[in-house]
Design a protein around this ligand. Structure first.
Ligand code: CP
Length: 306
């Protein structure tokens, strides 16, 4: 059976730490890795839109000397003729050595993996999980803070539908002494199942609030998120909630001097462009880190050592 990454807990903490170390080495010595995946092929199967995840996966494989194939919308594949996801993935696994797949349905990559002859990486499934964004976030936190334990992190915005939040809460709950502050409107609170599995089961204390201003001074990391328009059933609700939080330079006046501001992107309106000039803004570095950690993950799943 190939090794799949469907959920961030498919990797042990030790494996995540090793991936971060490999990514750091790639950043320091990229030339060492330029032929690591020569003659290997990555397929990117994106049934849902993406800029960063798909292109960073493809850029990662090209930087490793491999090649890429795939599609960026379901309409250009035989899905449009009624082919099942299982048959599509089975087919592509005959052509590629590894597959990164995004799908709007929760659980689709897990189901598809049952039909694959090669490793499947979940590149985002509906409002559920996004494990490689979490690896990107962890690498960014490690580079900004020098550690992955002993800090207070605030998650702000759409914690209900934000799959990057679910995966990162799950991952960080396995590190020591992390304090979680969950900032959202009532309607967009972190789902009960994430709180139960990641926080309550491990006895990790957390606080929930709707006021970013009230908790800003205590945060070491602020993880902003977009309100996920595509997951709403009702446009009226989206319009009412979409601007619940807008981070501006003024809002940061009470923040710590060494705060790190993360956002998985894309952003819509929740971080003003003026914040980009703040040295605490780490989200553009986060974008770059996504390529390096995916390089490390591809090598791991293909069992390639350099
Ligand atoms: N962070 C992220 O998943 O971005 P894309 O939707 O552009 O891939």
């Amino acid at each position: 059976m190939p090794r799949n990454i469907i959920d961030v807990t498919d990797l042990t903490v030790e494996e995540i730490n090793e991936l971060i170390a490999t990514a750091e080495d790639i950043i320091a010595s990229p030339a060492k890795y330029q032929a690591a995946c020569a003659h290997k092929q990555l397929a990117t199967l994106f049934f849902e839109p993406s800029t960063r995840t798909r292109l960073s996966f493809e850029s990662a494989m090209l930087a490793l000397g491999g090649s890429v194939l795939g599609f960026s919308e379901a309409a250009s594949s035989s899905t449009a003729k009624g082919e099942t996801v299982g048959d599509t993935v089975h087919t592509v696994s005959c052509y590629a050595d590894i597959i990164a797949m995004r799908h709007p349905k929760e659980g689709a990559p897990f189901a598809a993996a049952q039909f694959s002859e090669v490793p499947i990486i979940n590149a985002g499934d509906g409002g559920h999980n996004h494990p490689t964004q979490t690896l990107t976030d962890l690498l960014t936190i490690h580079r900004e803070k020098g550690r992955l334990d002993g800090f207070t992190i605030g998650f702000c915005g759409d914690l209900k539908f934000g799959r990057t939040v679910h995966s990162l809460v799950n991952a960080l709950s396995r590190y020591e002494n992390i304090r979680f502050v969950l900032i959202s409107p009532m309607e967009l609170k972190l789902p009960r199942y994430v709180k139960e599995e990641a926080l309550k089961k491990r006895g990790i204390p957390y606080e929930q609030t709707d006021s970013l201003d009230a908790v800003m001074p205590k945060l070491d990391i602020l993880y902003m998120t977009r309100v996920q328009k595509e997951r709403f059933f009702n446009e009226e609700d989206y319009l009412r909630l979409k601007d619940s939080y807008i981070l501006t330079p003024e809002k940061l006046e009470n923040a710590k001097a060494d705060l790190s501001i993360l956002h998985p992107l894309p952003r819509v309106n929740e971080i003003s462009v003026a914040v980009d000039r703040d040295p605490r803004a780490a989200y553009w570095k986060q974008v770059k880190n996504g390529k390096f950690i995916r390089m490390a993950l591809i090598m791991k799943l293909l069992d390639i050592q350099v």
